[in-house]
Design a protein. Structure first.
Length: 396
């Protein structure tokens, strides 16, 4: 917080003029601060009498950090199946656990989910903490968070991972706050620093213009949410043997402040661009929404789906479920064809893990060519029809 020493303040007004947020005023003989203060420190630097200072409360460090061990994954169950991101988390979790020489566990809450425990073990988990109760059939963030918090306090893992999904993004911050732990959201890369075993969590920052690597040295567990489709899913090994541990849920944890009135599955747009092997994406270079008919024609010939850049979605040419990128979905198809997409880092972060990237763009200097496997410099309205024609000839 910003502290103003009334004995040193001379009401000179320098702090008021140097504040870019209008947070300081000098109504009489001493400066005062309001809630608009962002603690940027400009007033402190400019005060000629050193009458201002910023006091930062020290965050309570976790005690006995050395007692925390193991990697834990929040296994998300929804719509009758385990969310694919859970297997991706087990894939990276297995690598981290092997590096650290520790166990990998998964927490699986749900109404009736015992049948899925073996799948999680086959995907790499050594232990599955099974939290079953009829109330858990419907997702309630406070109940799920309370159960996860209990398991974390009991087991003391050094790392907790969850998917950056609607469920993960609502539950994990709740838990991190409750246990006073650090949390990094929307990670696209995780690795262990050999020197001290610290989890290095990489995610886009400043609008995706840079990649920031974050660490939480003073608290445990180290918590992170991971974007779907950026990690390779674990390859099932049906010979693996693990332990299933039922979680004893105290009655008070099942008391929710949330009442679920109805669950509705959106059927307006069935596209799920994260689950197809071929994507044809259109961007600002299409020049109009009519261009997406050409994109759809090519996607149909390839048996794929249509994707788009944020620019195309913001222009109203195609609905949001098709958007790829930092503010859209992360995809990793076998084939990604980018038509009229420049390849700015905000888009690239959402598709750069595709196996094969084909770029079609008029601008030979477009950044998309830096990550493309194959590039075609030309007018997409000339190139794409030729591709469609050639595919039809091959099929005949």
């Amino acid at each position: 917080m910003l502290i103003i020493d009334s004995d040193k303040c001379t009401a000179c007004g320098v702090c008021e003029t140097s504040c870019a947020f209008g947070a300081i005023s000098v109504p009489s003989d001493c400066a005062v601060v309001n809630d608009s203060c962002t603690l940027c420190g400009a007033c402190v630097e400019n005060c000629p009498t050193d009458a201002l200072r910023i006091d930062v409360a020290e965050r309570r460090a976790s005690v006995n950090i050395g007692e925390y061990a193991g990697i834990m994954v929040f296994a998300e169950y929804r719509h009758g199946k385990i969310a694919p991101v859970s297997y991706e988390l087990l894939g990276i979790g297995r690598k981290l656990a092997d590096q650290r020489g520790v166990k990998l566990s998964a927490v699986l809450p749900g109404g009736s989910v015992a049948a899925y425990a073996d799948d999680l073990i086959a995907a790499g988990a050594d232990t599955v903490f099974l939290a079953e109760h009829p109330i858990l059939e419907q997702f309630r963030e406070d109940v799920y968070a309370g159960i996860l918090e209990q398991v974390i306090r009991d087991q003391q893992p050094e790392v907790v991972l969850a998917g950056a999904t609607a469920i993960g993004r609502s539950v994990i911050p709740y838990v991190a706050t409750a246990i006073d732990a650090g949390l990094t959201a929307d990670c696209t890369r995780l690795e262990i620093r050999e020197a001290d075993g610290m989890l290095l969590q990489t995610r886009p920052a400043f609008g995706g213009n840079i990649m920031a690597t974050i660490e939480c040295p003073h608290t445990r567990p180290q918590m992170a949410t991971v974007r779907p489709k950026v990690m390779a899913p674990a390859i099932p090994d049906l010979s693996r043997v693990g332990q299933v541990v039922p979680v004893q849920i105290p009655p008070h944890l099942l008391q929710s402040q949330i009442e679920v009135l109805e669950t509705v599955v959106n059927t307006e747009d069935q596209v799920n661009i994260q689950e197809v092997e071929t994507l044809v994406a259109g961007g600002r270079g299409l020049d109009s929404p009519k261009g997406f008919q050409l994109i759809r024609d090519l996607a149909n010939e390839l048996g794929g789906a249509v994707a788009a850049s944020r620019a195309a979605v913001d222009s109203g040419w195609i609905p949001y479920p098709h958007q790829v990128g930092q503010t859209g979905k992360t995809v990793s198809p076998k084939l990604y064809i980018a038509c009229g997409i420049s390849g700015a880092v905000q888009h690239a972060v959402g598709m750069q893990s595709s196996e094969i990237v084909v770029a079609i763009n008029r601008d030979k200097n477009a950044p998309i060519f830096d990550i493309a496997t194959y590039g075609v410099v030309g007018d997409l309205y000339e190139v794409v029809p030729q591709l469609i024609k050639r595919l039809q000839e091959i099929k005949k």
